[in-house]
Write a protein that binds this ligand. Sequence first.
Ligand SMILES: [Zn+2]
Length: 456
Amino acid sequence: MLLINDVTAVTMDAQRRILSNASIAIDGNQIVAVDTSDVLKTRFASAEQFQADGMVVIPGLIDTHAHADQSLLRGLGDLMHWIPFLDDVVEPYLVKRDPADAVLANTLAMMEMLRCGTTCFVSPNVDPRDDYQSLSEAIGNLGIRAVLGRFIIPASGKDNLEIAKTTVNAAVNVMNKWHGSQNNLLTMWFGLDVPRRPGDTDHPYFYKTVSEQAEAMDVGIVYHFCSEIEDANYIVDNYGVRPAEWSKDNYALGSNVLLINGCQVTPLEIEILAETGTNLVHSPVANMKMATGILPLVDVLNAGVNVSLGTDGALNNNSYDMFSEMKSACLLQNAIRQSPTAMTAQTALEMATVRGAKAIGREDDLGSIEPNKMADLVLLDLKQVNTYPIHDPVSNIVFSANARNVHTVFVAGRKVLDDGCITGMDEAMVLQSAQERGEKICAELKLSGSNTWPVS
Ligand SMILES: [Zn+2]
């Protein structure tokens, strides 16, 4: 039993209560009580005490769009349109990289996430060639929650039920092996690919089979959707319907589906997403950086669609920092709607916590600080020059805080960041390996950054 004492708890519970002079009691991996410190110190007098005087505690942040395997290429995707970005950087990297490099890239990204207060992430396109054993071990060692969308595309050639089942079953075998491993830190989803441009396959039997399997396995489906004007137009030109209509026709919408981006959605499509209970993840920094398009976020939220937040990746963000996403989500909507009230800090924090939990089907045990939920907690030291004084903690968290304010992080009751130190791995060694391997990959792929200044 552990008692975290004398904190301000931004609970994100149903009433969105913010409790001053509070304590949080943890038993094993769960929160068992949240109340005033006076009450809980008496009730749990024999518990181990963690004095967190004056800190602000929030639920662990949930990054629902994070290509964690791209961190070794940080800074090499600048100034790029999405098509050469995929063809000239991402695809060659996936083909040529060593599986150990993918593990290293994930490890570096997961360390950054923990330092940024992220306790759970969704990696949407996890390569079938990756070393899942080592990846699983890295997740377990660092103690972060991971939802890995195992990348799956239709087999080339013709489409029929038998071929679809063979393709999907191969993925299912891998997913079943790792789903729930590392004490349930690791969850396996389908990382789907849908037609976005010429040459992409579209097999109705395949999509229906994925949908049926996901339902049978009680897992989710994640995929990039209606992101750019080109991929939206591709669907319209080739199928005569909008992307959401195509997805609905192909059984690729629903409450266990998480769509990425959706920047080009029309009012009709927003209605379809709301009707089907489909979730959408918004990545404002990457969308702005790549000039992908601007999600009409306020309209989507007003329609009742569950929208969460994500960072995308080190190639087009170029970080895994959810504080930056929360702030940017507000600024972007305020700017385009020419209204300082378009998007509030409260909504942004909801998108990074409770809405993120709902997006991955975990609203019952993640996303808020309440009894019987998992003890995924972030202790913020806001007594720093960038976040002091505190008049409105939510405003300070969304508009002023950054990773430097993240003091200690718990996932499932385990301290995974302790007073600013990663507990599960040697961070200096990972940094050294990342630089060495990053330089080697960069040379092999003949990639270079966008810098035009002389370097000596
Ligand atoms: Zn993505």
